[in-house]
Design a protein around this ligand. Structure first.
Ligand SMILES: *Cc1c(COP(=O)(O)O)cnc(C)c1O
Length: 434
């Protein structure tokens, strides 16, 4: 399979190059030149298949031309050592719980899959050098990437995070791991961390010294595996006889997750329509209303993993539907919620059903409550376990959310990090010594 850039000015790439480079030379995002449809028999029997079996079928359709099938089987089964159940919340509203992975966030799937696929490709290179992944994080991405890449030989990960600006629960998920994961505590804010990473990619001397790459959702190996979730959602709903007229609602920030769902739809997944649920960062919502895409600086909200003012995967969605506003609005609608709305939704849902929403999932639940029509069944993604946002959830609901053992285990680990200034010269000097 060949991959082209959404900006149309970079050379066509193969999967190997798209995964190792992440972003195309013209700063566009890589898109597969074809999306293979899955056969009718697959959908006819999907409810009898496990999450892992479904994922392997989907992965083969995307990557089967470029990755040895036995290796791909290993990568999928190694990535998916957890479940992704569908749970009824209230009436016709179900939730797809995407938080049963190692760091209790949906990004675990893409992070692990990408780590293993990157490893597969670099092993094929002649006298391959160690690859260094640089990732700036305000919390969730760092923990998923660090855990996804943990123990994967041939790859070292540097997680840069702002000192004192990451919640203690999130911090321990990437500072206690050791092995091939180095946490770098930057005396600055998130934007300083991101600037250090960007400068590193542009520094010729540093790139001569070491092989550098990134691991955010612009990478095809990170966002595409999220499509597995949506095929599984359909299968589990079909098992319950509830698969007709399904509406899928995805709380969105950079739009990687919903983009994967839309790729699934193009492969034939029978979902009737999609809703992108946003917090107060309403750039996509506004685009749907007006046809104009106008990025803005991000606003801080309760659902902070969705605080994005210029969603990077918009370019992919736009390209997928031939840049047609009409096509996009015929399949996706939007919703936007303030922090006050989010709090009220969390309280209402807890009171009515006992289900504890996290602030991100709350946007999804409310969008279905507001947007579901007669005869439709809604499934929203619960994108993180509520314990990951314990301080907020406890305060809003007046409860004491139980911390799952997996999370508690991280919190018992010993914090290790490298102190760094926000000055690029210091960061570069440190990397030159590695
Ligand atoms: C990353 C994240 C999102 C947003 O996902 P995108 O793929 O960026 O749209 C939503 N909720 C949580 C908890 C996240 O970590």
């Amino acid at each position: 399979m060949k991959y082209y850039s959404t900006n149309g000015k970079a050379p066509i790439a193969d999967l190997h190059k798209a995964v190792v480079k992440g972003l195309a030379e013209d700063r566009g995002l890589y898109m597969p030149e074809r999306i293979n449809k899955l056969p009718k028999e697959f959908f006819d029997n999907i409810e009898k298949m496990s999450f892992q079996e479904i994922a392997y079928t989907v992965a083969s359709a995307f990557f089967g031309e470029d990755v040895d099938l036995d290796a791909l089987h290993d990568i999928v089964y190694d990535t998916l050592q957890f479940d992704c159940p569908v749970v009824n919340v209230k009436d016709d509203i179900y939730t797809l719980e995407l938080f049963h992975g190692p760091t209790l966030a949906f990004k675990d799937v893409g992070a692990r899959f990408m780590a293993r696929l990157l490893q597969y490709f670099i092993k094929q290179e002649n006298n391959h050098k160690e690859v260094n992944v640089l990732v700036a994080t305000s919390g969730d991405t760092g923990s998923a990437v660090a855990n996804g890449f943990l123990g994967v030989d041939g790859i070292h990960v540097y997680v840069l995070y702002p000192k004192g600006k990451v919640s203690p629960i999130q911090e321990c998920q990437f500072t206690t791991l050791g092995k091939n994961i180095t946490a770098i505590e930057v005396d600055g804010v998130f934007d300083d961390c991101q600037a250090l990473v960007k400068n590193a990619f542009m520094d010729a001397e540093l790139n001569e010294h070491m092989k550098l790459t990134s691991a955010n959702s612009i990478n095809v190996a990170r966002f595409l595996p999220q499509a597995f979730y949506y095929f599984n959602a359909y299968a589990r709903m079909k098992e319950q006889g509830k698969a007709d007229n399904l509406v899928m609602c995805v709380p969105s920030g950079n739009f990687g997750n919903i983009c994967a769902a839309l790729f699934g739809h193009e492969m034939g997944l029978p979902i009737k329509r999609f809703i992108a649920a946003n917090n107060a960062n309403d750039i996509f919502y506004k685009y749907l209303q007006t046809g104009k895409y106008e990025p803005k600086p991000s606003k801080q909200t309760l659902a902070n993993a969705m605080d994005v003012g210029d969603p990077s995967n918009f370019a992919r969605i736009y390209d997928l539907y031939g840049k047609s506003h009409e096509k996009i609005t015929s399949i996706i609608s939007g919703a936007t919620y303030t922090d006050e709305d989010i709090k009220q939704t969390m309280r209402e849902c807890y009171k009515a059903s006992g289900y504890i929403l996290d602030p991100h999932g709350a946007c999804g639940y409310q969008a279905l409550k507001d947007g579901l029509k007669d005869g439709e069944t809604g499934v929203f993604c619960e994108t993180a376990h509520p314990a990951k946002f314990k301080e907020k959830v406890d305060e809003i609901l007046g409860i004491d959310v139980e911390i799952p053992e997996r999370l508690a285990a991280f919190m018992r680990g010993k914090k290790q990090s490298v102190a760094m200034t926000k000055d690029f010269a210091d960061f570069k000097a440190y990397l030159m010594k590695q």
